[in-house]
Design a protein around this ligand. Structure first.
Ligand code: SF4
Length: 308
């Protein structure tokens, strides 16, 4: 079975599965020593690591990227010019409140479907789509990021560590950032909400069973299009979602993580800090090579002293 790689949560893995293809959410490591795309000013290192991981994967038949930030648009250009793997750019409108924007996203999914058929997938199968959506709803689905407490639609997050309950908020994490969970636990914290793109925030809400049975593609499009993110205009849904999740999780503080080249999340920090009624620690990271353990541990430890 051919594999289609993606990293953005606005790419519905169930839609790829409905074409008889395997969806792989690629969360970059990043891989040491790969240099298909050298360091480029302005291209965030998550995006660069994603391209390099795609180039290093010999079992990927196609890759889907979205328009959710400028670096990812650039990734599409780089993939087309420098990597042999066929690439597709999914337009995700940043405005989400109008019917026209919702229809555009649905049309984009249909266009993605034609790309998948050209890559060897079959025409979308309604029963396969429903099955993939139900599997996802039962936590057996095709998503998976490799993070310790990534949540499925049914279960809550698995509290990681023992100690002061904290939320982790921000953009995506690379696989190398899994150590963050250990560092926070070692310093006396416990992540009860992973509100990063690779955590619970990147998993769309439960599907409506009745609408799913009637028109699964429409239900899929509506559920994915509602995912909260800093890039949405307005991004009020992000704060509405965070408010609910913070209350449910009982977090006492927020660790806000972003990569230094990520304008989208760097810009969001000031608003989140002003909005949150909780202590907030900002952790930024280059995203190149391993995480700076000494600096990170010192900063988290200093933050945890506030809770004593
Ligand atoms: S880390 Fe930020 S800039 Fe980079 S791809 Fe993700 S959202 Fe875009």
């Amino acid at each position: 079975m051919k594999t289609i790689a993606y990293t953005c949560p606005y790419v519905p893995a169930e839609w790829i599965a409905a074409h008889g293809l395997r969806a792989r959410r690629l969360v970059p490591l990043p891989i040491e020593g790969t240099s298909t795309i050298p360091r480029i000013e302005g291209l965030c290192l998550y995006a660069r690591a994603f391209v390099n991981d795609v180039a290093a994967s010999d079992d990927v038949s196609g890759v889907v990227v979205t328009t959710m930030c400028d670096p990812m648009r650039r990734v599409f250009d780089l993939l087309v010019r420098r990597v042999d793997t066929p690439a597709f750019l999914l337009n995700v409108p940043s405005t989400w409140q109008t019917v026209a924007a919702q229809r555009l996203y649905l049309d984009e999914l249909k266009r993605l479907g034609r790309f998948l058929v050209r890559l060897g997938g079959h025409e979308p199968d309604k029963e396969e789509l429903i099955r993939a959506m139900l599997d996802q709803a039962h936590g057996n689905g095709v998503h998976g990021t490799g993070f310790p407490n990534a949540m499925n639609r049914v279960g809550g997050p698995t509290p990681y560590g023992h100690g002061v309950p904290l939320a982790l908020v921000g953009g995506p994490l690379m696989l190398r950032d899994r150590v963050l969970f250990d560092v926070i636990a070692d310093c006396g914290g416990r992540i009860v909400l992973d509100a990063t793109e690779t955590g619970q925030r990147g998993v769309c809400g439960p599907f409506d069973r009745r609408r799913l049975a009637e028109d699964p593609l429409m239900e899929l499009a509506q559920a994915y299009f509602r995912l909260p993110d800093a890039s949405r205009r307005p991004n009020s849904e992000l704060y509405r979602w965070l408010k609910d999740q913070l209350a449910q999780s009982g977090a006492h503080g927020i660790i806000f993580h972003h990569y230094v080249w990520c304008d989208k999340w760097r810009a969001e920090f000031a608003r989140l800090k002003e909005w949150a009624n909780l202590p907030v620690l900002r952790l930024d990271s280059e995203g190149d090579g391993p995480i700076d353990m000494v600096r990170t541990r010192n900063r988290v430890r200093a933050f945890m002293e506030m809770f004593q």
